[in-house]
Design a protein. Structure first.
Ligand code: PMT
Length: 402
């Protein structure tokens, strides 16, 4: 179940007897490649020890909202931003009621309010509590707000009753969590995505490149595959694993990248997240350059323009829906809008790379998307995985309207 690979899951553990199953759930999620951070309510701690879940998740368990030491390590806002999914298992009747009302009186309910990630609950309670009109009204309200419910199942209960209210088994919950990452928005579409830097050789041992890590482009490829697209990812030299169900083509220089993209055409949507070198040395020295006393302390390299991959593909007769990125350190929106026009794009993603916490080689990003009518849509700071899923959803919408 590759869909959980490298997904960040905050597992909330409420105070119900089914909390013993949460230990197995942590193991299953991790077996499928997810990273898990556990948040326990006061009630949850009465049923299973934080130490057990710490040992199984490999990380300290988060317990209190007002604990300065815990907040300094990874506070509630960071946890909320970190998560790709917040899964609460077991979700008691009390937790469902508090979440339905938007109450934030402990760490778990606060994380739920603060996160942009999908939230899913695995209800677990006595059958009469589940059937109670108050719980059913809360259930309706949670569903209306987009919160997912996994189960409950039916059967014999710890209290001796038989009926609805059993928490689903760990493997069923892991599968349901994986399904959260499938959207189907781009089923049947071919997406071509460029990522990473290019390297332009100076001689056999030296090259010119930039700080792109490929994280943004790879996250987009993963999100596009989750949306059901066939994805071709053309990437410069990076140290990242290939996302599941993505066809990866490794290249080195800008000219290699253009050739690989042209070979991958036609496509429905092109997303150019690569940081392509605009120039390359005109001549690549056949042997390692030696210090030359006749040039003093200097070295002059004659550079020539590289082809513009995005503009080239946007100029073809079988032109795809074209989305560019603009990495800028000043006049972000103005320069991005100019690139949208000059390269004949449908959308451009403006990326402020002057801020080291977003942009090149960071875990997070924050971007604005500009369309041909100069409308700006802002995507606030979040992990590149989050941003990628939000961007893919946005691009899919705009593509359908085009
Ligand atoms: O890889 P990460 O570390 O995760 O960082 C992400 C990122 C900052 C690299 C990425 O989000 C980003 O902003 N990529 C575009 C960087 C860039 O080089 O932008 P640009 O303004 O130079 O180019 C504008 C657009 O034209 C880009 O879509 C670029 O891919 C494309 N281009 C540029 C030059 C060229 N010769 N061919 C191109 O296709």
């Amino acid at each position: 179940m590759q869909r959980l690979y490298r997904k960040r899951i905050v597992l909330g553990v409420g105070g119900g007897i089914a909390a013993y199953k949460s230990a197995e759930l942590v193991r299953r999620l991790r077996d499928h490649g997810a990273e898990v951070r556990v948040v326990m309510t006061q009630g949850g701690r009465e049923f299973i020890t934080p130490l057990t879940l710490q040992a199984l998740s490999g990380h300290p368990v988060h317990l209190d909202l007002l604990d300065p030491a815990a907040e300094a390590a990874m506070g509630h806002i960071e946890l909320a931003r970190w998560a790709d999914l917040v899964l609460i298992a077991p979700a008691t009747a009390d937790l469902m009621a508090r979440l339905a009302q938007g109450v934030a009186n402990d760490l778990l309910t606060t994380v739920v309010l603060a996160t942009n990630a999908p939230v899913a609950l695995a209800p677990a309670m006595n059958q009469a509590m589940w059937a109670d009109p108050a719980t059913q009204a809360n259930r309706e309200q949670l569903l209306a707000r987009g919160i997912r419910l996994f189960g409950p199942g039916s059967g014999s209960q710890a209290c001796g009753d038989i009926g609805m209210g059993r928490m689903l088994e760990a493997e069923e919950l892991a599968r349901a969590a994986a399904d959260c990452f499938e959207t189907g928005m781009l089923t049947g579409k071919h997406l071509l995505i460029t990522a990473g830097p290019t390297q332009e050789n100076i001689d056999p041992v030296r090259y010119i490149t930039n700080h792109s890590s490929g994280k943004m482009g790879f996250a987009l490829a993963e999100a596009a595959a989750e949306a059901g697209a066939r994805v071709t990812l053309v990437t410069g030299p990076v140290f990242l694993p290939t996302p599941d169900r993505v066809q990866r083509i490794d290249v080195v220089s800008a000219r290699d990248m253009l050739a690989a993209c042209e070979a991958a055409m036609p496509c429905d949507i092109l997303i150019a997240a690569a940081a392509v070198a605009d120039y390359r040395p005109e001549v690549v020295a056949p042997h390692k350059l030696k210090k030359d006393p006749s040039t003093g302390d200097g070295l002059l390299l004659q550079m020539v323009r590289n082809p513009d991959i995005l503009a080239t593909l946007a100029g073809r007769t079988d032109r795809p829906f074209c989305v560019g990125f603009a990495a800028e350190t000043e006049n972000l929106l103005e320069y991005a809008a100019r690139k949208l026009r000059d390269k004949n794009l449908d959308l451009i993603v403006a990326n402020d790379v002057a801020n080291p916490s977003i942009g090149f080689n960071s875990e997070d990003n924050a971007v604005s998307v500009i369309d041909r009518q100069q409308h700006e849509t802002r995507f606030g700071q979040a992990s590149k995985g989050h941003i990628a899923r939000a961007l893919v959803a946005f691009i899919a919408e705009r593509y359908k309207e085009s």
